[in-house]
Design a protein around this ligand. Structure first.
Ligand code: TPP
Ligand code: SF4
Ligand code: MG
Length: 310
């Protein structure tokens, strides 16, 4: 029998402000995990630092709260050590696209089979509302003493350009829609990215619930013929161009849904298997490290063998 979503709820006290969009993302994760019947012992949620990055405490799977900007390298290490785990990165826009931007790009180039859920409130919530990488230029939220004079980064364009093979945008308060997109992203074999628009009622008093709800629309409802999926290399040029155009739509209308999905690129574990046959069957995490009480590898010998004698 499938698990109830309540099984994924940890007893920890949730310490977000009332009305924070993070609650919607958390609830969507509970429901998505339950509907996919993910085994909590084989599911890992990795975060960086920020309000959003508290999320591993609240989900009853293995959680890793890492350091600012570094959830992607940690999640990559976990996934490569054991490719049979389901691994998600759930972190903020500042964490993933500010200090962590180089790691965000590297994940796309490798097409590691991870799901990155970005809690995008366009501010640094935890540190009291400074401008985040997705805050548009000339917007002045209440924590800023002058309007923001940096241009916003477009996360969807960066994800496509970096090589992510699943790229979507969702909205935190539409829990069921977000849950469906999360399920698709988790099932996708390769680097998946969801930019979740997440109102921060405490610090982002410009991009509010009302502001988003006047602008957002779902691609599948308004353009049912939109086909985001690349099934052969020949389709890549045309469909990527279409996805780029969709990713650039921002302002009076903000599209939500899966805008890009490339099924033609190999995930990183399949590439490793090619140069290291047997990796998928016996990944590092499942290899024995000792036999009859003795270590199979003597770390001291490994070290001394590599010491260059003067
Ligand atoms: C190396 C390092 N630099 C800076 C900080 C301070 N810091 C903590 S959280 C944060 C930004 C959080 O913003 P975001 O990732 O968008 O998360 P949010 O709080 O908005 O959910 C910063 C700059 C830190 N903890 N470590
Ligand atoms: S400061 Fe903003 S992002 Fe952080 S918990 Fe409060 S409402 Fe949520
Ligand atoms: Mg943020």
């Amino acid at each position: 029998m499938a698990r109830s979503w309540l099984e994924y709820r940890s007893p920890a006290w949730v310490q977000w402000c009332p009305g924070c969009g993070n609650y919607g993302i958390l609830t969507a994760a509970f429901k998505a995990f339950a509907e996919l019947d993910l085994d909590p012992a084989k599911t890992v949620v990795v975060s960086g630092i920020g309000c959003s990055s508290r999320i591993p405490y609240y989900i009853n799977v293995t959680g890793v709260h890492t350091i600012h900007g570094r959830p992607i390298p940690v999640a990559t290490g976990i996934k490569l050590a054991n490719p049979h785990l389901t691994v998600l990165v759930m972190s903020g826009d500042g964490d993933l696209l500010g200090i962590g931007a180089a790691h965000f790009v590297a994940l796309g180039r490798r097409n590691v089979d991870l799901t990155v859920v970005m809690h995008d409130n366009a501010v640094y919530g935890l540190t009291k509302g400074q401008a985040g990488p997705t805050l548009p230029a000339w917007v002045q939220t209440k924590a800023l003493r002058a309007p923001n004079i940096q241009d916003a980064l477009n996360p969807l364009l960066l994800a496509i350009a970096s090589g992510y093979t699943f790229v979507a945008r969702a909205y935190a308060y539409h829990v069921d829609k977000l849950k469906e997109i999360m399920k698709e992203a988790i099932k996708h074999r390769g680097a998946a990215f969801i930019d979740v628009l997440q109102p921060c009622p405490t610090y982002n008093n410009v991009m509010t619930q009302q502001w988003y709800e006047q602008r957002i629309y779902y691609i599948d409802e308004q353009e049912p013929d939109y086909d985001a999926t690349i099934k052969s290399p020949e389709e890549r040029g045309e469909k990527t161009a279409r996805a780029i155009a969709k990713a650039m739509e921002w302002g009076d209308r903000i599209p939500l849904g899966v805008i890009y999905r490339d099924l033609t690129k190999e995930p990183f574990d399949a590439r490793i298997e090619k140069i290291m046959p047997g990796y998928l069957e016996h990944p590092p995490a499942t290899r024995p490290v000792h036999y009859e009480g003795k270590p199979l590898v003597d770390p001291f010998k490994v070290f001394t063998d590599r010491v260059v004698q003067a």
